[in-house]
Write a protein that binds this ligand. Structure first.
Ligand code: DAH
Length: 341
């Protein structure tokens, strides 16, 4: 009896249990009611009473080890099946991530910069937090000039002396910085943000973009200014647009003009955007006032020049048919995603 148990134990230990089928035939051979282990149990009554307890223990161990092998093999097969399942579903559609896009203002500014840089203009920038003196005094605004009130200014530090600080109301102080910084000839454009304390609406916002231009050289005339503006406007708004220069006033230019182009939406016939006038104002410009040139330490008897300044945002709105300027500053992703290349 003991030998039979040992040889069965050996068999059980050596059995190969790699599949469900292996396990099933193992179970049928050893552990079912009519299996080999049960057959040995049924012989227990014929064992002598002295040996019976030991044989009983051996039989129980045999049965337990057979059951343990079944449990262990079942476990490892189901584990194997689980881990061989692919952990990702390759049939799922991919998730496309938003990679960002160029802001519409930057797109239009980029186009403007491209046109001027092809004409030989370099880029200059200045701080948005500006000295009052650069924003106004150096640009020939007298202390009590009404233009200071015309530009509703965000003052940051205001003691009435030369270190007063404000958020620049236009990009013209960059002209001053460039002239103080480098000797003529000078040919730069200065794009950037400007700030005005205006009532906010779909048409005006407290911050917007301007692009300033400055050219200082010997013998510069108004004809040079006109040629530059014509060339720019035809490239930017279409070769068919007509231009008109209206006399105007700015403290920092003399003479000064405002420039209109025929409305490129209606072709000059008159529409809602141009308020039936057929014209759209695009910029202010003029010959740099000799006082400004002098203020910046350059001799106005030798050097002269022209300057211009234009708003960028309105062109952006017209270009992309956006009907509210605030959308340009809110950075709502639903809006920005529409400008992905
Ligand atoms: N700085 C003016 C403004 O903000 C725009 C401007 C007009 C700039 C004429 C110029 C210029 O350089 O010559 O309204």
């Amino acid at each position: 009896m003991e030998n039979s148990i040992r040889s069965l134990q050996q068999e059980i230990n050596d059995a190969t249990l790699n599949s469900q089928a292996d396990i099933e035939s193992f179970r049928l051979r050893y552990t079912v009611r009519k299996g080999l282990i049960a057959a040995l149990f049924s012989q227990l009554k014929s064992v002598s009473p002295t040996d019976r307890p030991n044989i009983g223990i051996m039989l129980n161990q045999l049965k337990e080890s057979a059951e343990a092998r079944i449990a262990e093999a079942t476990d490892s097969i189901s584990h194997h099946e689980e881990s061989s399942q692919p952990s990702i579903d390759l049939t799922l559609p991919g998730r496309i991530s938003f990679t960002g896009s160029e802001h519409p203002v930057q797109k239009v500014l980029g186009e403007m910069k491209g046109i001027f840089s092809a004409m030989g203009f370099a880029m200059a920038t200045g701080p948005e937090l500006e000295l009052d003196s650069y924003n106004f005094d150096m640009l020939n605004f007298p202390p009590d000039h009404p233009a200071r009130d015309m530009q509703d200014t965000f003052f940051v530090k205001r003691n009435g002396n030369e270190d007063d600080v404000l958020l620049r109301t236009h990009t013209s102080p960059v002209q001053v910085r460039v002239m103080l910084d480098q000797p003529p000839p000078i040919r730069v454009i200065c794009p950037g943000k400007v700030y005005r304390n205006e009532a906010i609406s779909s048409r005006s916002y407290c911050v917007f973009h301007q692009l300033e231009g400055l050219y200082i050289d010997k013998g510069v005339t108004f004809a040079d200014l006109k040629a530059t503006i014509y060339s720019f406007a035809h490239q930017m708004f279409g070769s068919e647009v007509k231009l008109r220069f209206r006399p105007s006033f700015f403290p920092f230019t003399e003479p000064s003009a405002e420039v209109d182009v025929t409305c490129y939406l209606c072709g000059g016939k008159g529409c809602k955007v141009c308020k039936k006038s057929g014209w759209l104002e695009i910029m202010g410009c003029g010959m740099v006032h000799p006082n400004v040139i002098q203020n910046c330490g350059i001799d106005p008897e030798v050097w002269s020049g022209y300057a211009f300044g234009m708003g960028v945002d309105r062109t952006v709105l017209l270009h992309y048919k956006i009907d509210d300027i605030r959308l340009l500053f809110e950075n709502d992703l639903r809006m920005l995603r529409q400008f992905t290349a």
